[in-house]
Design a binder for this molecule. Structure first.
Ligand code: NAD
Length: 256
């Protein structure tokens, strides 16, 4: 379905971003990957789908590096047809103790980076009258949890950005939607499980059960592969007229 198209997925060396990059590659899209950590391992998994893969190590908190990444994608593939804004970090603390540099980093990486990639990707998408922007927000783009002020603010902001971009591009063949996962068992969530286990002096297994019971009625994690499937759905002709939406995959969390 996506042969000849190029998808750029920020934060695609791990977790959800990697899962989405693999599913888009299975549909034939060439991939521009980004993120830190095990770049070679992630690149091998995406390349195994038989598509071209380019890597750019832009730090999503740095607009000049984001601009360089977008220029490199254009040089390599002619432009970005599918943009997935996925890179994100988390930090948990009450507002009065929240380190200001952590607040700034979360807003920059989880929200402002999507503004920069979007503004730089749109001219090409609008010229060719087709484009897909998929923002990986969170159930925390729809509801809040204590201790996550920066994350919740950034994700609500990303849902707002999604709606505005959808309105501005409504007549252009470009759609912009958000995916809002509940719990997904990735390194980002494993850290929260480990912190809970240490804090409450319980096993990782018990901490995992508690984490799910507290918020997610299905008591199940969504998988990166399932979120990749949703991203593919938002690239399909069935969703040509779906824009500005926030689709939760949260086992009922936001229905409560
Ligand atoms: P993860 O930690 O497994 O992956 C995060 C990715 O972002 C990695 O590739 C990392 O290298 C990259 N990254 C981090 N900081 C970066 C920076 N400054 N510049 C470039 N890349 C950077 O986390 P994940 O759980 O896969 O999260 C991916 C996205 O999904 C995030 O936006 C997160 O908020 C969102 N999300 C996750 C969950 C969950 O339960 N895991 C739920 C809802 C939403």
């Amino acid at each position: 379905m996506l042969q000849g198209k190029t998808a750029l997925v920020t934060g695609s060396t791990s977790g959800i971003g990697l899962g989405i990059a693999i599913e888009l590659a299975k549909q034939g899209a060439n991939i521009v990957m980004n993120g830190f950590g095990d770049v070679d391992g992630a690149k091998a998994q995406i390349s195994a789908q038989g598509v071209k893969v380019e890597y750019h190590g832009a730090d999503m908190s740095k607009p000049a590096e984001i601009e360089d990444m977008m220029n490199s994608a254009t040089a390599a593939f002619g432009g970005v047809d599918v943009l997935v804004n996925n890179a994100g970090i988390q930090f948990v603390s009450n507002v009065e103790d929240f380190p200001t540099e952590r607040w700034d980093a979360i807003i920059a990486i989880n929200l402002s980076s999507a503004f920069h990639t979007t503004r730089l990707a749109l001219p090409h998408m609008q010229r060719q009258k087709w484009g897909r922007i998929i923002n990986i927000a969170s159930v925390h783009g729809l509801v809040a949890s204590a201790g996550k002020s920066a994350y919740v603010a950034a994700k609500h902001g990303l849902v707002g950005l999604t709606k505005t971009v959808a309105l501005e591009t409504a007549k252009t063949g470009v759609t912009c939607n958000a995916i809002c996962p509940g719990w997904v068992l990735t390194p980002l969530v494993q850290k929260q499980i480990d912190d809970r286990a240490a804090r409450e002096k319980i096993s990782a297994e018990d901490a995992t059960r508690e984490l799910l019971q507290e918020k997610e009625p299905s008591l199940k994690f969504t998988t990166p592969e399932q979120l990749g499937g949703l991203a593919v759905f938002f690239c399909s002709p069935a969703t040509d007229n779906v824009t500005g939406q926030s689709w939760a995959s949260d086992g009922g969390w936001s229905a409560q």
